[in-house]
Ligand binder design. Structure first.
Ligand code: ZN
Length: 150
């Protein structure tokens, strides 16, 4: 969902073009993840999806705990050994993974602005990611269309 996560690129605020920003963001990922993501953006661009960008890559454990707190009570967080002050039970849930298990925290996941394209195209974009060796969250029971991981 567009705007669901803030963009957290290290070069934020610096005047860089999109390609430079993408390369820099890919460098923040784990080494084994980088070639898959580079390949994905190259193949996606070739297929006509040149407006795709990374909206979030690495996430700190604290940030994942904050996100996990959305839609959960302090008790639910305590049961997962997460600081209950992150509980925001009235907000909609945005994640189903705890900080311990989040691929974003391991630098093995990215979110993309898939909503820049009509929903009819999302399956194609997800398939391109799969061809590049990535897992697409759009296939999960709790669909996460913007999420790619390895
Ligand atoms: Zn994600």
């Amino acid at each position: 969902m567009a705007g669901r996560y803030e963009v957290r690129c290290p070069e934020e605020g610096v005047d860089m073009n999109d390609a430079e920003r993408l390369v820099d963001t890919i460098k923040t990922l784990a080494d084994p993840m980088q070639p898959h993501v580079t390949d994905f953006f190259a193949k996606a661009k070739h297929a006509g999806y040149g407006r795709l960008e990374i909206t979030e890559a690495y996430r700190s454990l604290t940030r994942q705990a904050e996100l996990y707190g959305h839609g959960r009570t302090g008790l639910q967080l305590r049961l997962k050994n997460i600081n209950p002050t992150f509980a925001r039970p009235k907000l909609p849930k945005v994640t189903w993974v705890t900080p311990k298990n989040a691929k974003h925290c391991q630098r093995l996941a990215i979110d993309i602005n898939i909503t820049a394209y009509p929903k009819a195209h999302w399956g194609i974009i997800g398939h391109i990611a799969e061809v590049c060796g990535l897992t697409w969250g759009g296939r999960w029971k709790a669909r996460d269309y913007c999420h790619l991981e390895m």
